[in-house]
Design a protein around this ligand. Structure first.
Ligand SMILES: [Zn+2]
Length: 242
């Protein structure tokens, strides 16, 4: 099975849209298109036609490009059943435990409520890749807009069980801010101090810092490393106030 080709498209101030191409079938999927034009251009540039959009949650900076991409390509839009009323462009609704196909590659749908009530993630186990939307970030996690610390803690626990090498495709470049906050939570974590320095270098050169990996997050992410929902909630509140 050929590897998925995954292209990062930076849009708006700090969003990443992911373009995913499956070469055997020719299927091309977009995760969370905030906007349409740069995504259509990135596909055209590569000679790919977008066949699918997969949304992780309803926020406009994850769904704003749905209608225009569908109009341009006739693609099929898949997203969380629990948020169908807030994503009127959905063709197919899915929920945790369902599977979604991109050509010969299969992704399992995870329910990861907390940032939004119906937030889902897409896990390509055979490819070692997971698209998490605004649930897990490099050294951070999503804000708890529609859910609880208990839910986010359960999400973190589940993600932490994946193989270290699993690549985590999140939807924002928040890494530097997250790293600067994380070192205040874990001042004695040497892996974290080292990662902050690497991220500072990367960002001053204008380089992206995602995808990240589960192994890196297990070593440096205070939210993934929290021992309880209470601890996660306390750290989240501190970050919100920072
Ligand atoms: Zn969001």
């Amino acid at each position: 099975m050929a590897a998925l080709e995954i292209v990062r498209i930076p849009v708006l101030s700090d969003n990443y849209v992911w373009l995913v191409h499956e070469s055997e079938s020719g299927a091309t999927m977009v995760v969370d298109p905030a906007v349409a034009d740069p995504v259509l251009a990135a596909a055209t540039e590569r000679g790919w036609t977008i066949t699918d959009i997969w949304n992780t949650h309803w926020h406009p900076d994850h769904t704003g490009g749905n209608a225009a991409i569908k109009e341009a390509t006739g693609c099929t839009i898949t997203g969380p059943a629990a948020e169908a009323a807030r994503i009127p462009t959905l063709d197919i609704t899915v929920t945790g435990g369902d599977t979604v196909r991109l050509g010969n590659h299969v992704a399992a749908v995870w329910d990861v409520p907390a940032h939004t009530a119906g937030h889902i993630a897409y896990h390509f186990a055979d490819d070692g890749a997971i698209f998490v939307g605004d649930t897990l970030f490099a050294m951070g996690c999503g804000r708890l807009f529609e859910g609880t610390a208990e839910q986010m803690f359960a999400n973190m626990q589940r993600l932490a069980e994946l193989d270290d090498a699993t690549r985590v495709y999140c939807a924002h470049e928040y890494t530097l801010s997250n790293a600067r906050f994380a070192v205040t939570v874990e001042p004695d974590n040497s892996a974290l101090a080292k990662r902050l320095a690497a991220v500072e270098t990367a960002r001053s050169a204008g380089d992206a810092t995602v995808p990240t990996t589960i192994g890196e997050e297990r070593a440096t992410n205070p939210f993934l490393r929290a021992n309880s929902a209470t601890e996660l909630g306390r750290i989240r509140a501190l970050k919100d106030a920072a």
